[in-house]
Ligand binder design. Sequence first.
Ligand SMILES: NC(=O)c1ccc[n+]([C@@H]2O[C@H](COP(=O)([O-])OP(=O)(O)OC[C@H]3O[C@@H](n4cnc5c(N)ncnc54)[C@H](O)[C@@H]3O)[C@@H](O)[C@H]2O)c1
Length: 250
Amino acid sequence: MIHAGKVAFITGGAMGFGYAFAEILGREGASVVIAEINMQGANDAVAKLQAQGIKAIAVECDVANEDAVNAAVAMAVAEFGGIDILINNAGLHLTKYNLPFTTLTRDDVRALFDVNVMGIVNCSCAAIDSMKSRGGGNIINISSMAGNMATSPYGVSKMAVRGLTMAFAKEFADAGVRVNAISPGLMATDSAMADLPADMVSMIINQMQYIHRQGEVEDIVNMMMFLISDKASFITGETFRVSGGASLAS
Ligand SMILES: NC(=O)c1ccc[n+]([C@@H]2O[C@H](COP(=O)([O-])OP(=O)(O)OC[C@H]3O[C@@H](n4cnc5c(N)ncnc54)[C@H](O)[C@@H]3O)[C@@H](O)[C@H]2O)c1
């Protein structure tokens, strides 16, 4: 139980990577907070976690809303005493946000940046006092392979995540908080698999990736667990690609 006594605040924790992060951290002894806009999904996730003996709560939280984030962090601190691990995972993604800027409405673009970029600002600023008071901790931001080239609104938002990772690494270093990011390639979360046509999934695996297998949620979980571990104690401000080589080829 390498994270016994720790508290993890996970945005978008009802499904996909977020739920997988909650489950592994809970199994390793952490108490987990599922911060979500989808409360039905969050409550279902908490029930699944509690059935495994994991301490978990769901808190309603639109990461784009500063007041809602502050309230969610306060609830987490009231319930579990503080925050040690913040995973900024919630994000708008999928095909819509990879359309050209001229195709999306300004409101769509604003909503994308409010969640994917301002969401990280809101959560990181809300959690830092608690993390600092506990002597430090870890923040993991979820970027994307699409952030390497930034050729779509989504890609631009995820390039900004890399920038935020560098900025907060500097700003929070003296508080003992390391800040790193993961850039997944195409991974088999339910939402990504439902969104993309099978021929595109096959093209990415067979033509873009150097390693010709489906990227799995577990691949991202493993990188997250390394980055928050003491084995990564000299690493901060970095964004790590986990994409089977696809990010090198694009
Ligand atoms: N799946 C992939 O292949 C892939 C690849 C690269 C990056 N990513 C990134 O990984 C992250 C998670 O991806 P996923 O596939 O698990 O996503 P998902 O769509 O399966 O789950 C996202 C969760 O975030 C929640 N959410 C959305 N907006 C929110 C908000 N404003 N506030 C709080 N919660 C909110 C949703 O309710 C949902 O439960 C996203 O940031 C995404 O951009 C995913």
